[in-house]
Design a protein around this ligand. Structure first.
Ligand code: NAP
Length: 546
């Protein structure tokens, strides 16, 4: 049956009704659509962008690429896809990833069930009819008993709260809204605000092309080499032969990456052994230096300080000017306590004559002007400004949709202090609202987490259909238990005490200045085990109504 679009139906004066609505056509929305089609359900996906891809659709900034090994990142559900697709590099660039997602969308004809340019502005639950009605920004509506959010944890980008943003007369782009047609930076005077993972990739990529680059840094981040390379034909054949092994291995690691902590403790071995291991990690590709480090580095302050000192030495070796090197070394957080950016020649960029680092703690930005950026000591003129200022993580995308449960209960208001969920898949008081990568789920190598959650949600929906259950919501006791467990799991980690998007901090958003751990840090292995136990027990943690 060909689905009427919400817009078609609205034009006819009705509301298109489906068995499930999915918000978002990124990796999560695409896979959830695939699985619900498998149950024979009539599903509609609403996507704000003009095409599929989510993160990889929006983030087209220069140098955007994976920090996950490409071959551990793609969908695992189709052997045909795994054998047909060839990743060109061990860490693929954004255009390749978007090409990959398009290839999968074409192969499974996903677009026929997706409505594009359809940003969802609101969702209301009708208690009597057990029905969610969504309203798009253009006023069109659609309804379904099940509403599934695949919003992505990093889709609500934030502009800096600096006076004068918008008054600059030249082009200015947030990295998450980089123009599709690209931007010619050759010879231009460019100013960039931010030094997170996105900025680092952008800076190292554009520094060679621009005329002059000024980097405005508020907080330096620890970064380590990516060591990307092309995949040789022999490696390609080996990867294809080992896909099942690779994905099975990812299921056994803390964050679904291929890396796993070394059981040794940095504090219990000799300085020579420690140093040799860190040198090895620093020379190897990917997140090994973060996730495959000694078991005490991310939980013990002393071990962490030693590791930080090791990386600081590397920065000093790579950056010629000692003052600049010092500015690039973080002082307010230890190595790996914020999401580690991986870099390719980032530090060497500061040895170039056309690159200037401005520490805005020394000379704060006063305002964006018509011609450029004015700090307390001077105004610099630019042809173009780049805002690499990040995202209102995890809850931000939910806050931007006016979601109302029974009695008009607002999800945004509920989550002001701290989201309350069960397993991060359902919020307290919002029946039949199912979340993919909601707050307090395990997050790491994202597609692996998505597949686990989507498979789990699909089993839950199949169970509801098989048992005539029309409405489901978690019990308060289950939510209390999960909140306590999330807290307990976060407590040992140094990162839980450090401001970052992972702890809910965004200085550009009102009310986002207080630490709130937004992930589940008890390892995805444990998460999977707990979630599977809930399913095997007949979902007793949920109130189920027929
Ligand atoms: P981010 O890590 O939050 O960095 C934002 C940067 O902008 C920070 O340096 C921040 O400084 C600065 N900033 C924000 N507002 C500012 C203001 N008003 N004035 C001055 N500076 C300001 O964001 P991101 O770099 O976009 O990365 C977010 C996440 O996306 C990453 O942690 C990662 O999970 C993901 N990501 C992944 C990849 C990949 O897989 N390869 C690549 C890029 C991003 P403060 O630190 O002082 O706030």
């Amino acid at each position: 049956m060909t689905a009427r679009t919400a817009i078609d139906t609205a034009a006819e004066g009705g509301i298109a009704t489906y068995e499930a609505i999915i918000i978002g056509a990124g990796i999560g929305g695409m896979y959830q659509l695939h699985r619900l089609r498998g149950l024979g359900m009539h599903v509609r996906v609403f996507e704000a962008g003009s095409d599929i891809g989510g993160t990889w659709y929006w983030n087209r900034y220069p140098g955007a690429r994976f920090d996950s090994e490409s071959w551990s990142y793609g969908f695992s559900f189709s052997d045909e896809v795994l054998q047909e697709w060839e990743w060109p590099e061990h860490f693929a660039a954004q255009p390749d990833t978007l090409r990959y997602l398009n290839y999968v969308a074409d192969k499974f004809d996903f677009r026929r069930d997706i409505e594009f340019n359809a940003r969802v502005a609101a969702a209301r639950f009708d208690d009597e009819r057990t029905l969610w009605t969504i309203t798009l920004e253009n006023g069109a509506q659609a309804a379904a008993p099940l509403l599934i959010t695949a919003l992505g944890p990093l889709s609500a980008h934030t502009m800096p709260n600096i006076p004068g943003v918008g008054t600059f007369e030249g082009p200015a782009y947030h990295t998450a809204r980089w123009p599709k047609e690209g931007v010619d930076l050759k010879g231009k005077r460019v100013g960039i605000i931010g030094t997170g993972a996105t900025a680092i990739q952008t800076i190292q990529t554009i520094a060679k092309d621009v005329g002059h680059l000024t980097v405005f840094q508020r907080t330096p981040n620890w970064a380590a080499p990516l060591h990307n390379s092309r995949i040789t034909p022999e490696e390609q054949a080996d990867i294809k032969a080992r896909y099942r092994e690779i994905f099975d291995h990812c299921k056994t690691t803390v964050s679904c990456f291929i890396h796993t902590p070394d059981p040794r403790k940095a504090l219990e071995i000799s300085p020579e052994e420690r140093e040799a291991f860190w040198e090895k990690l620093y020379s190897e590709p990917g997140f090994g230096i973060w996730m495959g480090n000694f078991s005490d580095v991310l939980v013990d302050e002393k071990a962490n300080a030693l590791m930080s000192a090791f990386v600081a030495r590397k920065i000093r070796q790579r950056v010629k000017d000692p003052k600049t090197a010092d500015k690039l070394i973080p002082k307010n957080h230890g190595f790996g306590t914020r999401r580690l950016p991986l870099e390719s020649g980032y530090y060497e960029v500061y040895n170039q004559d056309n690159v200037e680092l401005v520490d805005i703690n020394e000379t704060p930005i006063e305002r964006i002007t018509a011609k450029g950026i004015k700090t307390t000591d001077q105004e610099r003129e630019f042809d173009l400004i780049i805002y690499a200022t990040g995202f209102d993580g995890v809850t931000g995308p939910y806050d931007r949709v006016d979601i109302r449960g029974p009695g008009g209960r607002s999800l945004k208001e509920d989550w002001t202090k701290m989201p309350r969920t069960f397993l991060g898949v359902q919020a307290e008081g919002f029946p039949n609202l199912l979340m993919i990568l909601g707050p307090h789920t395990a997050r790491g190598n994202i597609p692996r987490n998505i597949e686990q959650i989507v498979d789990w949600l699909t089993d839950l929906i199949a169970y509801m259909r098989a048992n005539g259950i029309k409405r489901i919501e978690p019990r308060t006791e289950a939510i209390d238990m999960w909140a306590e467990h999330v807290d307990k799991a976060a407590a040992p980690l140094l990162s839980s005490r450090i401001a970052s998007w992972q702890t809910g901090i965004n200085r550009n958003v009102e009310g986002r200045q207080v630490l709130r751990v937004l992930g589940y840090n008890g390892s995805q292995v444990k998460y999977r085990r707990l979630a599977d136990k809930v399913a095997a027990g007949g979902y007793r943690e949920f109130i189920q109504s027929s």
